[in-house]
Ligand binder design. Structure first.
Ligand code: TXA
Ligand code: MG
Length: 367
């Protein structure tokens, strides 16, 4: 299949051009489009055959449900039933935006879209290209992130092209995403709203609207790989660059010293090494391909750049990647959730001994 690429300016939308993309969706085809979080591969969410094509294009297991994207908050009633007040309050507060709510599905939504579940995940994106595409197609659009299953999500059209060329009908290039991490997923189908995937809408932002919100125990960046997540997709290997990634956390100078030590050993063994560095620490590294992800102070930039940085190491063909850690609350929790998964849970913690005499007096252990 030949993949056509079109350009749409999000600030000046060419509806005739975008109408061609909508026609592909209506005809049962696949169109990648920008959202504020990451690019998605869209298909008619009510057409089981179209939904099946998404799984083939991504190489995605068929038990991993898709998010249904709408352009009007009231459309939630068309696809979900028994909508709790808390879900309405959150949708009213944070839509359009990077929040997905899981609710009981109506029969009109096929099981191919929901991965066989009786619930459906719904989101109203804020990106003007996404919203106009949904409106013009007059359909809800099922859209997973537009990457090959297991790869980092795409934040630019060029990422989509790398993974999806010749697998889908069209790619709409609408510029870079503005958030860079996928939406927060909140399960509102039970008694207690529960976060199934962290994102830019943090737990405290949700709790400020509806009171207590639970966190699926498998979501946190601290927990181990054995816990089984409730969002089916979160159990698969994710966000992984080709190279082996290790995170080094702890006191800043101990971290840079340890990364330098690991880099020197890998270089001596003939390996090509990449380093994910904060702007502040970039000058302290003595070897390897150093990629600056952003300032430690600017968590939004780190979130936005994360997947692009991971993909850039694939382009460079590095064998090993060592990354600084960016732990903290809110958006940092979502950043670390993705980074720890990309590292397949390989995290080393380094600290200085109580009486530090020189730079080499740090101790590290695997977490
Ligand atoms: O920001 C986003 O959410 C992006 C953009 C394109 O909107 N989409 C996205 O979709 O990240 P995807 O398919 O890559 O991730 C959707 C996640 C998966 O982990 C899936 O298992 C979970 O949502 N999910 C979907 N429906 C669900 C349901 N009914 N119950 C529990 N988890 C669900
Ligand atoms: Mg995904």
């Amino acid at each position: 299949m030949r993949t056509e690429i079109i350009y749409i300016d999000k600030d000046n939308i060419d509806k005739v051009m975008l109408g061609r993309a909508a026609a592909i969706i209506r005809a049962g085809g696949l169109v990648a489009f920008p959202t504020e979080t990451v690019y998605g591969i869209g298909a008619n969410a009510l057409d089981s055959e179209a939904a099946k094509k998404i799984y083939v294009a991504k190489g995605r297991p068929s038990d991993n449900p898709l998010i249904l994207h709408i352009s009007d908050i009231n459309d939630i009633c068309l696809y979900a039933k028994e909508i709790p007040d808390k879900a309405w309050m959150l949708a009213t507060e944070y839509w359009p935006g990077p929040l997905t709510v899981v609710l009981k599905k109506r029969d009109i939504v096929p099981y191919e879209t929901t991965g066989g579940l009786d619930t459906v995940a719904i989101r109203m994106p804020s990106h003007p290209v996404a919203r106009n595409l949904i409106k013009l197609s007059r359909l809800p659009i099922a859209a997973p992130s537009a990457n090959i299953s297991g790869k980092p999500s795409p934040t630019k059209a060029s990422h989509v092209y790398t993974d999806m060329n010749n697998r889908i009908d069209m790619i709409i290039d609408g510029g870079m995403a503005s958030v860079g991490l996928e939406s927060t997923i909140l399960d509102c189908s039970g008694d207690m709203p529960t976060i199934l995937r962290s994102g830019a809408i943090s737990r405290s932002m949700l709790e400020s609207v509806v009171g207590e919100v639970a966190l699926d125990e498998a979501v946190c960046s601290e927990c181990d790989a054995q816990l089984k997540p409730k969002a089916p997709g979160m159990k698969y290997r994710h966000y992984a660059p080709n190279a082996n990634l290790t995170i080094v956390e702890g006191e800043s100078s101990a971290v840079t010293a340890k990364i330098n030590e690991l880099t020197a050993a890998a270089l001596a063994a003939g390996r090509k090494v990449g380093i994910i560095s904060s702007k502040e620490n970039a000058g302290f590294y003595i070897g390897g391909e150093i990629v600056i992800i952003g300032s430690r102070e600017d968590e939004k930039a780190i979130a936005l750049n994360l997947f692009d940085v991971l993909r850039s190491f694939d382009d460079m063909g590095v064998d090993m990647i060592y990354s600084e850690s960016f732990e903290g609350a809110g958006l940092r929790e979502a950043i670390m959730n993705r980074l720890v998964k990309a590292a397949a849970y390989k995290v080393i913690r380094c600290n200085y001994s109580a009486v530090q005499k020189n730079i080499t007096d740090y101790e590290c252990k695997a977490k």
